[in-house]
Design a protein around this ligand. Structure first.
Ligand SMILES: C[S@@+](CC[C@H](N)C(=O)[O-])C[C@H]1O[C@@H](n2cnc3c(N)ncnc32)[C@H](O)[C@@H]1O
Length: 551
């Protein structure tokens, strides 16, 4: 702690008291050596703690460091004397490095997308949390003093995360009412403004549903310099926080814990819908729609944790995007491709993202390769739950010139290969009594895309749809669902080649969406079809083509 810093947290205050006690002991005669040494040891322990936490926590970004420097060197007394702020703002208000990183970590871990801060000060906490938000995340910061918005904004503007922050100046309670009236909801709320109003903010946030059902609150200063539990507390803020903590502890709507970080940080989460039910008996329909199927929200129902998946043709393009999507949703993924090196590269990408993966080489038109692929996955991971049969080839020729070779090669990969994979994976899945098969068909199964000529491709993909419908109805009563995805024209590097460029213009005029499909446009569909959320769907051809087949 620097010499001019006012002790502000329980640890800093203990440290200050110990320093005083040690100094007194040093001036007294007859103080036992052991007492001095114990005082010194206690002092070293308390003094060193915050420093150590700072050193061992992730480093702050340069904009955060600038905000900190700018805040602690600013003459807040003068600003107040000049009438620029309504209140005299102590620089100790700032959350600072360790708390900032803690808030950022909480945003990350909770995957919050919308955060509300009540009491922004110079924006250190706001920017820390914004750094943890995804690119489309948003943080609304309430601040009474307009001067502080002007102070923080130039630094926000230097950070790539500053654009996620919207500052609302004025009384926080007025802003909360405005947000609630606009139907806004937040995943996380950080309360750090006037202490005597904490209880009002808390009640308003819960009563007006500003905090979404599975959201949580962080409340700063909940230990308030230890005054919340010291008997002789007389100051308003200490008493307000003591009452606040008690109200939260007695509130059946929430679960909470106080983390003794700096001046105390309460983490409060809205309890499960089930506990809200008993309180709201009669006012709600307490069913699976309200509670979620098996208690899971719709997004959780699309998680694939613990599932084993494979994707053929996963070395590039759509297959690679499918492999990433299934892995991101929680599945272990076998990346299968004819090209071993590409498969390995994609498997490595997945591992870098923390996804369990393996690379396999297989030619799906060869029964032995397909069987080896399935056996390998089963022996490595104990089963196959998601079979993504995506590999395919596309050759072009006028129908009168289509060679038998082209026809056979197309059918042997696109239809025979898909059949071999469905059969080999299906046998395992039927034994398990569970499985999700997702075949890649094509919009060409519905319409005849033009002007390119691709008889064998179109016909083989129509076959994939019929294969899917037949298996999907034959196996569903034994727990195996079979569906397919029909992408429209997908934007791949090949499409930008000199020879295809004129065709792209033609295609674009045929697509109501006005653009080609990106592989990322197909990712949610594969996760949905792989998840339990789509259990009632089988034999379906899910067409994703920007409306092209409808024109
Ligand atoms: C402890 S500081 C906030 C620190 C900040 N969260 C950070 O990360 O550095 C409290 C802030 O709340 C603001 N404040 C106090 N009363 C308020 C109110 N009624 N409405 C909005 N803001 C208020 C103060 O102006 C001050 O800037």
């Amino acid at each position: 702690m620097s010499a001019d810093k006012v002790p502000d947290t329980p640890v800093e205050i203990v440290s200050d008291l110990l320093t005083k006690a040690r100094n007194i002991a040093a001036t007294c005669e007859n103080v036992p050596e052991e007492l001095s040494s114990l005082l010194q040891k206690a002092l070293d322990m308390t003094r060193g703690l915050d420093d150590y936490l700072g050193k061992m926590s992730a480093r702050e970004s340069e904009p955060l460091a600038e905000l900190y420097r700018k805040t602690v060197t600013h003459d807040w007394d003068q600003v107040h004397k000049d009438g620029k702020t309504m209140f005299r703002l102590p620089k100790e208000c700032i959350t600072g490095h360790v708390e900032g990183q803690t808030l950022k970590m909480l945003v990350h871990l909770s995957r919050a997308k919308r955060v509300l801060e009540i009491g922004m000060f110079t924006g250190y906490g706001a920017l820390s949390m914004a750094e943890g938000l995804p690119e489309d995340g948003r943080l609304v910061a309430c601040e009474l003093e307009p001067y502080l918005k002007e102070f923080a904004q130039p630094v926000f503007d230097k950070s790539p995360h500053g654009k996620k922050i919207v500052v609302k100046t004025g009384s926080a309670m007025d802003t909360l009412k405005e947000l609630a009236a606009a139907g806004e909801q937040f995943d996380m709320v950080f309360i750090d403004a006037d202490k005597t109003n904490y209880i009002n903010y808390y009640n308003f946030i819960l009563d007006s549903n500003l905090l979404r059902l599975h959201g949580f609150l962080c409340v700063d200063n909940s230990l308030y310099k230890a005054k919340v539990y010291l008997k002789d507390t007389a100051d308003d803020n200490g008493l307000a926080l003591r009452e606040f903590n008690q109200v939260v502890a007695d509130d059946p709507r929430v679960e909470q814990v106080i983390v003794p970080l700096r001046d105390g940080l309460s983490l409060i989460r809205r309890a499960s819908p089930a506990s809200e039910c008993s309180r709201l008996k009669g006012k709600i329909t307490d069913d699976e729609v309200f509670r979620g199927v098996r208690g899971c929200s719709i997004l959780d129902r699309m998680r694939l944790d613990g599932k084993v998946a494979y994707v053929t043709g996963a070395g590039q393009g759509i297959g690679r995007a499918f492999a990433h999507a299934l892995g991101e949703a929680g599945a272990k993924v076998a990346v299968v491709d004819l090209d071993q090196e590409r498969a390995q590269q994609v498997a490595e990408e997945l591992r870098l993202k923390g996804i369990t993966s393996t690379a396999l080489k297989a030619d799906i038109s060869e029964p032995d390769d397909v069987q080896r692929m399935i056996d390998g996955i089963v022996s490595k991971w104990g089963g196959v739950h998601i079979a993504c049969n995506n590999a395919g080839v596309n050759m072009n020729s006028a129908s009168e010139d289509t060679s038998l070779e082209e026809w056979d090669r197309t059918f042997s990969v696109n239809l025979r290969g898909t059949f071999l994979c469905c059969q080999a994976a299906g046998r395992v899945m039927l034994k398990q009594g569970y499985g999700k098969i997702i075949n890649t068909a094509s919009m060409a199964s519905l319409i005849v895309p033009h002007p390119q000529k691709q008889l064998s491709y179109n016909t083989s993909k129509a076959g994939v749809v019929k294969l899917t419908q037949t298996l999907g109805t034959e196996w569903i009563d034994r727990g195996v669902r079979v569906n397919c995805i029909s992408p429209g024209i997908v934007d791949t590097p090949l499409i930008h080649s000199e020879s295809l460029r004129p065709l792209v213009q033609r295609w674009l005029s045929d697509i109501p969406a006005g653009r080609l499909a990106q592989v990322t446009d197909l990712q949610a569909a594969v996760v949905y079809l792989a998840s339990d959320a789509s259990d009632y769907m089988t034999g379906h051809n899910l067409v994703i083509e920007g409306g092209q087949s409808l024109w």
